[in-house]
Design a protein around this ligand. Structure first.
Ligand code: VGL
Ligand code: ZN
Length: 215
């Protein structure tokens, strides 16, 4: 990896919210272990551009198992022609579990992208919704926001490694950004998916890096 150019690089902090922490309804394995190193990275102020995403569902969201009669969390259904995992209720708009995690300095974030707000469509990536009823994945505007500021490189971290951080990294590449995955600053819903996640990142051309390599 090359030296970080602060003007052309953005830090993307994906879904660092209490509902994804141990004890929360959609806990990531050791999700709280990222909080200290993410704080440390933010305190270094290496990036001119800092973006947060926030999973932000209306109650009764289509991705909730509770919205489908006879379905249990972590079952899959077909939705708009694609596989959809049904999740426990999580990140309901305005609830404490949906807040950006209170232990981090969110005043540093230049923009907060809220996603998953369409009642009928899930949204894992910070760049685009999942596939909708029309077969499209509408952009959130994040790619344009970054390009307009001269950003060509993104560093992604947050939760969950195997869901929203992975999808954000894959879409970042498709949108033309050089993309780095801060592996140690992510945790998965399911640790058994780690080898698969590594393969997906390699296939997408995303390099895994440690925060300590960034100084
Ligand atoms: C996420 C599942 C459902 C995530 C969000 O942030 O990774 N996962 N909604
Ligand atoms: Zn969600």
């Amino acid at each position: 990896m090359t030296a970080l150019d602060p003007d052309r690089s953005a830090l993307l902090l994906v879904d660092i919210q209490p509902d994804f922490m141990p004890g929360g309804p959609l806990a990531c394995h050791q999700g709280d272990a990222i909080l200290e190193p993410v704080l440390e990275l933010m305190q270094h102020r290496l990036f001119r551009h800092v973006v947060a995403t926030q999973d932000w569902h209306p109650s009764g969201h289509i991705s909730f198992a509770s919205s489908h009669d006879g379905r249990e969390p972590f079952e899959s259904i077909e939705l708009h022609g694609a596989d959809q995992v049904l999740w426990p209720d999580h990140c309901v708009q305005g609830t404490p579990g949906a807040a950006l995690h209170p232990s981090l300095p969110w005043e540093q974030a230049d923009v907060i992208i809220r996603k998953g707000t369409d009642p009928q469509v899930d949204s894992y990536s910070g760049f685009r919704n999942n596939i909708g009823p029309d077969g499209e994945r509408p952009p959130t505007g994040l790619a344009g926001w970054l390009r307009d500021r001269g950003v060509d490189t993104v560093y992604v971290c947050g939760l969950a490694r195997d869901v929203c951080v992975l999808w954000t990294a894959e879409d970042a590449v498709r949108a033309g950004f050089t993309t780095y995955f801060l592996w140690g600053l992510t945790r998965p819903v399911d640790p058994a998916t780690d080898p698969e996640t590594r393969r997906a990142l390699e296939q997408a051309g995303v390099e895994r890096v440690n925060a300590s390599q960034l100084r």
